[in-house]
Design a protein around this ligand. Structure first.
Ligand SMILES: [Cu+2]
Length: 297
C-alpha cells in the first residue's frame, strides 16, 4: 500500500470543498453567459445557498444509505444512532471504461419475459463518471467485538438473469436464502475457500438456503448465464459496509478511538485507511482512493 491510499483529514476536507465550489459556481446567472464571470454582487447571494445545498446533499448521501433495506440481513435497525463514520471510495487516475459481458441470444432467451434487454454490464467493476467505485467492502475489526449471526437470512434473488445484490456482507454463522424469481432455470455455483463449495440447479420459483460458518469470500456464478456473478463476503466484525453506486458508505456503532478500515474490491484488491472516532462520536469523512492492481488481489 502506498501513501496515496490514505488521505489526511485536511486534504479530504479541502478536496470536498473544492468539489462543492466547482458545483456551486457552475450554473450561469440570468443574463450571464457560460465562461464569463458574473459580477460579484450577483454571484454572491446565488453561490452561498448553492454551496450550502451541495454540502447538505453530500451529507445526506451516506445517511440515505442507512435506511433499512429489508433484503439485507445486516441492515441496521432504525433505533441505531446516526452514522459515526462516513466515507467515499474513488478511483485514482482515469477510470477504465465499463465493460459489457458477452451473452448469446440463446443464453439470454427467457431472462426477461417482457422482452426487455438483459443487463449485461460487467458488475465486477462499477465506477461512475466521477470515478466513484461501487461494491467495495469496508470492514473495521475491533478487538474483542464479534458479530452475532443474523437472525434473518440474507436474501439473494436471481431476477432478469442478474444476481441481486452483487455484493453482500454476511456475519459468520448466518444464513443466505437464494431465490429464483425468473421463469428460466439458473444454477448457483459457489466457490468458497473456507466454507463448503456447492452447485445447485434452481428451477423457476426455487428457494435454497445455506449457512456460511467462517469468514470468507465466496464467489457465486451461474453456468447457464455466464455474465451472472456475485460475492458473499463473510465477516465476523459487526462494523462493515458496501459502497453504493456513488462510492459512499457509512458505518455506525463505533466507540470513540482509533481504528483501521480495511477495503476490499474483487477487481481492485485492497486498501486501508486510518479512522479516528472523536469523543463526541463524530469523525472526519474518509476519502479513499483505489486503482487497478498490476496483479494479485
Ligand atoms: Cu442463471
Amino acid at each position: 500500500m502506498g501513501p496515496q491510499d490514505r488521505n489526511t483529514g485536511a486534504s479530504r476536507r479541502s478536496s470536498g470543498l473544492r468539489a462543492a465550489l466547482r458545483e456551486g459556481a457552475e450554473p450561469p446567472g440570468p443574463g450571464g453567459s457560460p465562461g464569463r464571470p458574473a459580477p460579484r454582487g450577483i454571484l454572491r447571494p446565488m453561490t452561498i445557498p448553492t454551496l450550502a445545498l451541495a454540502a447538505l446533499s453530500l451529507l445526506a448521501l451516506p445517511a440515505a444509505r442507512l435506511g433499512a433495506d429489508p433484503t439485507r440481513a445486516d441492515a441496521p435497525a432504525p433505533h441505531l444512532p446516526a452514522p459515526q463514520l462516513t466515507g467515499r471510495v474513488v478511483y485514482e487516475g482515469t477510470p477504465p471504461l465499463a465493460k459489457v459481458l458477452p451473452g448469446t441470444s440463446e443464453q439470454t432467451k427467457g431472462c426477461c419475459p417482457d422482452g426487455g434487454p438483459v443487463d449485461l454490464k460487467d458488475p465486477t467493476l462499477v465506477i461512475d463518471a466521477k470515478g466513484h467505485i461501487a461494491n467495495v467492502v469496508v470492514t473495521i475489526e475491533v478487538e474483542g467485538v464479534r458479530a452475532e449471526p443474523a437472525k434473518e437470512p440474507l436474501v439473494v434473488d436471481q431476477k432478469r438473469c442478474v444476481f441481486e445484490p452483487h455484493v453482500a456482507v454476511l456475519h459468520a454463522g448466518s444464513k443466505v436464502r437464494f431465490l429464483n424469481s425468473d421463469t428460466v432455470t439458473h444454477n448457483v455455483r459457489a466457490s468458497s475457500l473456507k466454507n463448503d463449495s456447492f452447485n445447485w440447479v434452481m428451477t423457476p420459483g426455487g428457494k435454497e438456503e445455506v449457512v456460511f460458518q467462517k469468514p470468507d469470500r465466496v464467489t457465486i456464478g451461474c453456468d447457464y448465464h455466464p455474465w451472472m456473478s456475485m460475492i458473499v463476503f463473510v465477516t465476523d466484525t459487526p462494523y462493515h459496509a458496501v459502497t453504493a453506486q456513488d462510492g459512499t458508505f457509512s458505518i455506525s456503532g463505533l466507540k470513540p478511538g482509533s481504528y483501521k478500515a480495511k477495503l476490499w474490491h474483487e477487481k481492485l484488491g485492497r486498501a486501508e485507511a486510518e479512522v479516528v472516532v472523536r469523543p463526541d462520536g463524530t469523525s472526519e469523512p474518509l476519502l479513499i482512493k483505489m486503482a487497478e492492481k498490476k496483479k494479485k488481489t
